[in-house]
Design a protein around this ligand. Structure first.
Ligand code: OXD
Ligand code: MN
Length: 604
């Protein structure tokens, strides 16, 4: 039964059905009854396994194909009419060629299957940020995951009305052939085609494909921003809450920071941390001229391994009901789930992520390192009361960060918005090298958007600069943080996790003009006395002021090397890179240049 009279929608669904030739078409209305029936069907086919209803009510386990466990950047394309509009950091295909090529693959791909029509809304339906998408898929797993991750059903179609402004997403698992796997974006047509994958990041089209790749392009056109950022609120003892956005490349603890548990001493004084989002922020200038953010998603698609009662109790609690687990291990004794790092003692009788009997002594991982939980935001104990606020939350500070063993200090502040955009453009993360203490290879990942920007990266930076001009003196302050400084033995010098709160409090103090900072070659750094390290321990000992001083030190030689690496990266972006950023780079180079020592000749 169709759920809309929107002619554009109906015509498109008809066309796509004519192409993919499903046996049946089912419209997803967002109701509990329909979801229940779909869970039952998926359990019948083995696509989803029900888990212990007492311990994990409403939870299921899904195993993906073994060749289909992660996003595939080399098979992800931005298909703009002109190649230069996709830019040098994206894979590109000519849209006509791509429609033809994928058209052949989609032809009859849903034969013998059901096509599900999933209308969904990114952001709350009544929000000025709201954007509608429709995903057509032959996967019940996708339907049930989209139902957690986005606002699915009739309300989305009501929001759309008779407008043709919606993202047209087509997905088929087809036969999961990785040599014919494609994740293709057509920003100029508001269209996404994804085929031969069943993995979340490739097939939950509301997430990376729409909310980042297409939305970043829309944002550029319409004057707002779609960013790979968490959003959190910090409530002080006077019950005032300030909001922060933060971008980090993957494997830098974004979900942990988003759900941070304040250390005991701050909690006792009445501080609270609220999670608005853990992955994506849509940002626009509000009526008051400030920058406002919403999390367009409605759930968390988090990495399971490493999540435990200590590292992230809030995330763990979020997964205790109505959650879909993908590629984790199954504990056969009580039909629950397990992953590396969940508990110290692995289950005695378990199936690994592939569904094979697992021997804890084998040295093999039980859960896939990229195994996931898909959990409703509403389950999160620290979910912000503003989560559903259609206007979003006002942003006081933007953080950029990466995993840097030695170069970047614990925290520093940009001199102004332009310098902040430069810091974002220079973001990079080191892959951890096998040998302890050895510095890994550096991957540039500007604003953590390298795999997610739907257009030319140089123009993306330009857009950031223009947003700053619009915001003027109401712009949030921009900071760079690094939780990952190590000593010669490769041990972390900063305890991280909840203790990162201490850095966030310095950041807010700067935003409120309550502390001074010292100007250095790279930006404003804290005075040691202004970061509260009382009672702080690291590696079994007290974290002293001298150690903090080390964490805040700037090694000019390393910064010179970094500036050279950044120069090479900028060169790859060509002439669409804004001249302002070249200027910032020149300033940095001058600031960290070797100091010329004046040699005064002695008297003859
Ligand atoms: C994610 C990612 O899954 O960034 O969020 O890869
Ligand atoms: Mn992400």
């Amino acid at each position: 039964m169709e759920m809309t009279e929107n002619k554009t929608v109906l015509r498109w669904v008809e066309e796509m059905a004519a192409l993919t030739k499903p046996d049946e078409i089912v419209w997803i209305d967002g109701s509990e009854e329909q979801a229940k029936a779909l869970y039952a069907e998926a359990e019948k086919t083995g696509e989803m396994l029900p888990l212990n209803e007492g311990k994990l009510p409403g939870c299921t386990l899904h195993r993906s194909a073994v060749n289909d466990v992660a996003r595939v950047e080399d098979r992800t394309f931005i298909c703009t009419r002109k190649q230069e509009d996709a830019g040098p950091t994206n894979h590109w295909m000519d849209p006509r060629e791509c429609y033809e090529k994928l058209g052949r693959l989609f032809d009859g791909a849903m034969r013998g299957r059901t096509m599900y029509v999933i209308p969904y809304c990114m952001a709350k339906e009544d929000s000025p940020f709201a954007k509608v998408g429709i995903e057509l898929t032959d996967s019940i797993y996708v339907v049930l995951s989209m139902r957690i991750m986005t606002r699915v059903g009739a309300a989305a179609l009501k929001t759309l009305g008779d407008s043709s402004d919606f993202v047209k997403g087509l997905h088929s698992k087809k036969d999961l052939d990785e040599t014919e796997r494609y994740i293709c974006h057509f920003p100029e047509d508001n269209t996404i085609w994804s085929i031969n994958s069943g993995y979340g990041g490739n097939v939950l089209l509301g997430k990376k494909c729409f909310a980042l790749r297409l939305a970043s392009y829309q944002g550029k056109k319409e004057g707002w921003m779609a960013e790979h950022m968490l959003i959190l609120g910090i409530e002080n003892p006077q019950h005032e809450t300030k909001y922060i956005c933060a971008a980090f490349p993957s494997a830098c603890g974004k979900t942990n920071l988003a759900m941070l548990v304040p250390p005991e001493k701050f909690a006792a004084r009445g501080y609270k941390v609220w999670c608005v989002g853990d992955d994506i922020a849509w940002l626009r200038v509000g009526e008051d001229g400030r920058l406002w953010a919403v999390n367009p998603e409605n759930g968390f698609f988090g990495v399971a391994p490493g999540t435990n009662e200590k590292s992230n109790p809030n995330a763990l609690a979020t997964t205790r009901k109505d959650t879909i687990f993908t590629n984790v291990a199954q504990d056969l004794d009580d039909n629950t789930v397990w992953w590396e790092g969940l508990t110290k003692t692995p289950p005695a009788h378990a199936l690994n992520w592939k569904g094979e009997p697992w021997d804890p002594e084998s040295g093999e991982k039980a859960a896939h390192p990229n195994s996931r939980f898909t959990a409703p935001a509403g389950n999160c104990p620290c979910l912000s009361p503003e989560f559903d606020n259609p206007q979003g939350v006002p942003i006081s500070a933007i953080l950029f960060g990466g995993r840097r063993a030695r170069t970047a200090p614990l925290v520093f502040e940009a001199r102004d918005w332009k310098h902040g955009v430069f810091l974002g453009s220079a973001m990079a993360s080191e892959t951890t090298a096998a040998a302890a203490g050895q510095v890994g290879t550096l991957r540039r990942d500007p604003m953590a958007m390298l795999p997610f920007c739907g257009y030319h990266m140089g123009e993306y930076f330009e857009h950031w600069l223009r947003m700053g001009e619009k915001l003027g003196d109401k712009a949030p302050k921009i900071f760079h943080v690094n939780w990952f400084r190590t000593d010669e033995q490769g041990r972390f010098l900063w305890p991280g996790f909840g203790e990162n709160m201490r850095v966030l409090l310095w950041i807010l103090a700067r935003c409120e003009g309550r502390v001074h900072a010292r100007e250095t070659a790279i930006g404003y750094l804290p005075y040691v006395k202004d970061v509260d390290i009382e009672g702080l321990e690291v590696n079994g000992g007290e974290l002293t002021h001298m150690m903090l001083d080390g964490l805040l030190s700037v090694d000019r030689t390393l910064w010179r090397e970094d500036a050279e690496d950044l120069t090479r990266f900028y060169e790859t972006l060509g002439d669409r890179l804004p001249p302002e950023l070249w200027e910032e780079l020149r300033t940095l180079k001058e600031n960290v240049a070797p100091k010329v020592r004046r040699v005064t000749r002695g008297k003859p």
